[in-house]
Design a protein around this ligand. Sequence first.
Ligand code: ZN
Ligand code: ZN
Length: 444
Amino acid sequence: GFTGGGVGGGVIDGFGFFCVLLLIVGVLFFHSFMRRNTAALPTTGAQDFRWTTPRYDSALLQPILASDPGFVPETFLQKAQMAFLLVQRAYQDRNVHAARAFLAAPVWNSWSEQVNYLLEQHQRPILENLNVRGLAVTEARAEESGQSVTVHLDYVAAVHFNDDRDGRLISGSEEDARLGEDWTFWRAPGTVTVQGGGATASKCPNCGGLLKLNDDGKCDYCGAEIQSGSYDWVVTNMQRSSFQGVSTAQGLGLDELDPERGLAAIQATDPAFDFEQFRGRGQQAFYSLQEAWQARDLSSSRPFMSPGLYLGWSSQVQQLIELHKINKLDDLRLEELIPIKVTHGQAFDDITVRVTATCADYEVDERTGKVIFGSQSPSRFSEFWTFQRGRGVQTTSRSLQDRVCPNCGAPLELNQVGECRYCRAAVTSGRFDWVLSRIEDADS
Ligand SMILES: [Zn+2]
Ligand SMILES: [Zn+2]
């Protein structure tokens, strides 16, 4: 049975915790003291600003919302993206078990056959630079037999198959291509939105235990048949489509504001929010992540990466290691970080900034030390970085980037699914502090 994991407790932990608590109380007291003694903040003229309610295509999703008030389209699409990334990762790893919790049994069976065929043929599928560009709901149905939502996904990847014995390219292309797929998610009648993440957050949607399926595809702890769709959405159809250039925010009818209005609106609901401080955090995140990338070890950056971004980047780091590549970014210098837009959703606020930096970007074969790609002379590049935070979250002195848990204030240590080891809060979800959720090339 599920024992709850984690040892902890005991006198020393309790005392350590008490010290942390004392520290927090002290910090809070100091802050309120400072606040009282600080001149009024300059007004931004945003006091009268009110967010408008997101206008997601209610006509399309109304049948789902009608029977499940906890259904949030924005959060659903995040889960759909996670399911897509997790299945693609399992595909590249040719690990059929890793995808089982997300796919309905018939789909999983035929998908597994393809994967096993690749294993027999010594073909390793590689989705290099995999990056989801946009998602959109194209169809939703609520019927007596169950509910289904079809999601279109636009993504970019260089898809190819290499021989797993010598690494030779067998088929496909090493050039990035724009691709699209349509995935249908289904759940049994009466199933409602899982609180606490569900399968895509590595949690059993029934008992909340760490997701671990036995050989029959049932939760190892509670015996729930996850693939049945009786607990959470499962994929019942995966269809090749084409790149359609969909915008997730527009499809959901989210507010996209220019930086001035958007930042003022955030400040109106979170008075302690300060863009210069945010910019400093953005710069810190930029250098931290680029350093982690070169070191092929993301553990220091994981606390401020959303689960989706972390999954994508960790897959790419794994590929670099397997292909014996090191990506060097010599003389990296961040020149500019400027706000581009603010997106206000039903569950999250996004701040997108454009970072402009220079570096010499090249790949080295670690076995020979030879440069195999790129140039050793510096050049300039621009990217859009999007930071996300739950709506209504307030700025505090606890920052993920300082490795402090924004929920309990303990020194931050993450467990394997990205939760604080002490309070079990899903700190990388954006529900407590800003996390980096998307990186897009601004030049393409
Ligand atoms: Zn369970
Ligand atoms: Zn915590």
